[in-house]
Design a binder for this molecule. Sequence first.
Ligand SMILES: Cc1ncc(COP(=O)(O)O)c(C=O)c1O
Length: 375
Amino acid sequence: MANRFEQFAAPGVRRLAPYVPGKPPEQLERELGITGSIKLASNENPLGPGPHARAALAAALAGVGMYPDGSGHVLRARLAAKHKVSIGQVTLGNGSNDVLVLLAGTFLTPEHEAVYSQYAFAVYPIAVQASGAKAIIAAANPADHRMPLGHDPAAILAAIGPRTRIVFLANPNNPTGTWLTGPELEELVRGIPPEVIVVLDEAYHEYSAGMGVPDGTTLQSQFPNLVVARTFSKAFGLAGLRVGYTLSHPDIADLLNRVRQPFNVSVVGLAAAAAALDDGEHVEATLALNRRGLARLREGLAALGLAVLPSAANFLLCDLHRPAAPVSDALLRRGVIVRPVVNYGLPNHLRISTGTAEQNERVLAAMAAALAEGA
Ligand SMILES: Cc1ncc(COP(=O)(O)O)c(C=O)c1O
């Protein structure tokens, strides 16, 4: 039924389709009357938070009757020290999703354009459309490229025009897992005019750093228009707490802070994130588990005759060469939730996050059964 208030909504909102998150296990279990399902659909850390973050979280509960420190001083100071920047260069968000939306709201108007690659992370189109700006989509690499479906720097540069105000880049990208190398990234950023804000989304940085993916923050002294977004949702295992941040020129941070909600990160989020930064052991354990998971899933999927794209993250994009929806449904019936990516224009692919060793075996067994039944 038509929405009776739609005509009164801002034009960008009228055409907007909401983000479709991974299906929560509770919902699947309710729908199918099953128990014991697993979710490898949202690129979370199967270990969850580490012991430092858990302890800080428990201790912070006593403080939830009070508003958080709106400036997030302690966490920002820790992040500034870690990244060797000034505290004024750190802006906190309710997840990095929040800072991505803040950037769009700060720099885009209906007069402007924002550029991003085909198959880039789904939050960019939503943030751009809601701002009323026009999205210009740069064609991605072809399927037979070294980085299939990944960002094509030449296409991105060609898409930039006089109205462009933001370029969104995800490195590595979700859902493809593909990445730009150091030289590719540097050349791309160098080619973008200085009045265009480059939003470099490094949500998977902790995973990707050991896999040959550059650290975008090393380019920031050369390029003041380069904003790097990071998150505690992935390798730090705090997705449910919603903490992310940007590192940027302090003048960009100043603008973001004008529109940022004053209490956008919770008391528990601030405390757990600051503690998580100290827990190098947990991050190491997470990265080791992910390395094993990627290798096992790659090998297991290949044994089933399935192709996967290169990935520098904690997930793989699997090309089924046939419609993925029936396979996804067959996996759901076996209590395994992975991510269909038809919303990205990829009806034949499924994105699978790495899990624990047991979860990885379960998804492979379910996939084998789904294929055997002709899904
Ligand atoms: C590339 C990318 N950026 C940003 C996010 C947002 O994560 P969060 O809002 O939890 O920080 C995600 C989450 O999947 C992502 O894949």
